[in-house]
Design a protein around this ligand. Structure first.
Ligand SMILES: Cc1cc2nc3c(=O)[nH]c(=O)nc-3n(C[C@H](O)[C@H](O)[C@H](O)COP(=O)(O)O)c2cc1C
Length: 135
């Protein structure tokens, strides 16, 4: 395996900001699709109608640059990082996608004893096949 196959990873959750139109979600999908493709970032962002859950994989500097913008983005609130890996692990998701999941599917990440760390990342990948996602 070459070094380029090894990536960093971050997983976070957040809430659509109060009084923010659902129409922003489509704009977020579009920006993410373009910028993540340019940077070679893969993973997925999922929305349940109220809450986001996103996992990004790629070069650590590119993840950091996107994360800084995401952190400052007023369209969501309550951003909480569940998992960071900078050690260089094999890329688990070959493409970027965005889409929707059932209303309760993200509860495992938001419960009081919500999943953290690599267990949260594994649960995220297990959830993806049950989501309605587009590249
Ligand atoms: C929940 C959420 C997830 C986002 N995910 C990404 C993403 O994966 N990649 C991305 O480029 N922008 C993402 N954005 C949008 C960024 O916050 C930012 O608006 C965008 O990167 C453009 O940045 P700029 O306006 O500084 O150029 C996300 C925003 C939100 C609210």
């Amino acid at each position: 395996m070459s070094a380029t196959d090894l990536v960093s990873c971050v997983l976070w959750v957040s809430w659509l900001a109060p009084e923010t139109s659902l129409s922003v979600v489509k704009d977020i999908w579009q920006t993410s699709r373009q910028r993540n493709a340019t940077l070679g970032l893969t993973g997925a962002v999922i929305f349940d109608g109220e809450r986001f859950c996103e996992l990004l994989e790629g070069p650590v500097l590119d993840i950091s640059a996107v994360y800084r913008d995401v952190e400052a983005d007023a369209r969501h609130t309550g951003l909480r990082v569940l998992h960071i890996s900078t050690g260089g692990a094999p890329r688990r998701q070959k493409q970027w996608c965005s889409g929707y999941c059932d209303a309760s599917a993200l509860d495992i990440f938001f419960d009081e004893a919500g999943l953290q760390g690599d267990a949260a990342a594994s649960a995220f990948f297990e959830l993806l096949p049950r989501c309605d996602l587009s590249p």
